[in-house]
Design a protein around this ligand. Sequence first.
Ligand code: LHQ
Length: 257
Amino acid sequence: MYETIQYLVVDGVATIELSRPDKLNAFNRTMIAEITAAVKEAGKDNNVRCLMFTGAGRGFSSGQDLADVDENMDHGQVLREQYGPMMKSIMNLEKPVVAAVNGVAAGAGFSLALACDFRLASEKSSYINAFINIGLIPDSGNLYFLQNLVGYAKAVEISVLGEKISAEKAKELGLVTKVIGTENWEEEVSQFTGYLAKLPTKAIGLIKRNLKHADTLSFEEFLEVEAQGQRIAGLTKDHQEGVQAFIEKRKPVFMGN
Ligand code: LHQ
């Protein structure tokens, strides 16, 4: 159905595999539109309880396809019309999102990984804020995410020096959740995403919603947003099941509703 990505749903986990391996999965207009559509599809599908991004071949994504960049391109317009909507679709998804970073993540490919809730890093993966190397500034929400994750000082270093960061270094910096060896890669990734897909999905969505408000609201306002969220969580079947399972001294079986 899609040309530049593979979209697959298995056991509650939707996978978007970026699929332009000859260019290390560089983004072109079609790929950006297809990712945006697939994320929305995952959002609407009640069977999907976790979304995962990964890359075909040896790269995760090398960012914008530089073969498509010329002096006629209005970079601001490309961001507003293409990258912005893609990043918003990911940020607005009230389900857990995992980047399974199999190889290099550069430029907007790094931004895409940063927008996810979890980053599983193959030991072969690396991270480059490559924008500066072509005279640009990090975009697609990159600095917003980076500053939240590592603070101002490290965000400046990573963005101005534009150096390649190894998986181990990324873990040390707090950029990734976990580093995984190549021999266990597929198994550990599917264990992790499978685990997320069995959690109370509505509550995860509400946690994400509340966290987004934490920086911008006053404490009083935040408490109100929290109360609204907890009211919704309190009405879910998964909440009932969690309490029931506790009382019956058994493991809960959450259905995501
Ligand atoms: C590529 C690319 C690529 C095309 C590798 N494009 N072919 C938004 C708004 C508007 C405009 C501008 O951009 C943006 C957002 C952005 O993302 S800007 C940042 C764009 N990305 C970059 O600047 C990264 C460019 N790539 C690299 O620095 C290297 O390729 C990395 C460090 C990612 C990987 O290096 P290597 O592992 O040594 O691989 P390679 O360089 O040999 O690449 C393999 C092939 O992929 C090669 O093609 P070839 O035909 O020679 O095998 C590259 O030309 C191609 N490729 N990135 N972004």
